[in-house]
Design a protein around this ligand. Sequence first.
Ligand code: NCD
Length: 317
Amino acid sequence: MSTNITHRNPEFPFRHLLGIEGLHPPHINYLLDLADEAVEVSRQVEKQKAVLRGRTQINLFFEASTRTQSSFELAGKRLGADVMNMAVEVSSLKKGETLIDTAATLNAMRPDLLVVRHSQAGAVHLLARKVGCAVVNAGDGAHEHPTQALLDALTIRRHKQDIGGLNVAICGDIRHSRVARSNILLLSTIGARVRLVAPSTLLPSGAHNMGVEVFTDMREGLKGADVVMMLRLQKERMSGAFIPSVREYFKYHGLDAGKLSYAKPDALVMHPGPMNRGVEIAAEIADGPQSVIREQVEMGVAIRMAVLEALAANLPA
Ligand code: NCD
């Protein structure tokens, strides 16, 4: 972590945002406060700030993504950066270029900010060591997805004021989820009580050592919850059979009105997207009055603006 420390911005003294791991409550609250301001900027007709003027941001996505990539693009543009999207799937990687070669090529283009998504845990950390610019992890394998956890926290805080003491149930395919991992780290750090709710085949191996409560029954897990966070069934990361059938999965682990009634009446329903309607969540719940799923998308742009702004303050002038 030592190479990640810098001293220009004392409130957020990091060169990169590689994960939630290593962040303390003041760093998290600093980003959430900045993001609250970014929401206001984004709701104006004139949506531009100049904090990244003259800076170059490259979005390097080794894995397909719509909402994360587009929200990083919008965030950079709203702060005045030149933003370029590099679609790696169709470029040199197919021709056998290694990650290190890619890093050297990127370095030669002199970006200031690099946003990276990769299917392998640790690939983003490796790149961060090889490039001269600030790196943001936009999702690495089943490891971390820090900006997703931050935007979830922002959404919760704007509804519930204080996250400390809230009961948050994270439900579904936790085993394959970087969103779950980053959320467990963030929510525990700022004092929420986290419960994991999943069939035992979809729980991560160390679930019982994560400082969380673990449930395999949805009704029990949702009892009295303030927030119900559903996760997508990540079929692309599964090998072998983790669930008997999609119908069975929905019956026992999909969020419908019956199961949601066990949570508090004002519980928030969340999902990072993309959703499998009728698999992990019923369509009428996804579109229902307790759902803040669309708001999460708006908060996604704001939190990415906050992260880019915080890291830019640490770039050499
Ligand atoms: C998540 C991801 O890619 O990890 N989605 C996202 O960032 N919008 C969750 C998922 O893929 O299920």
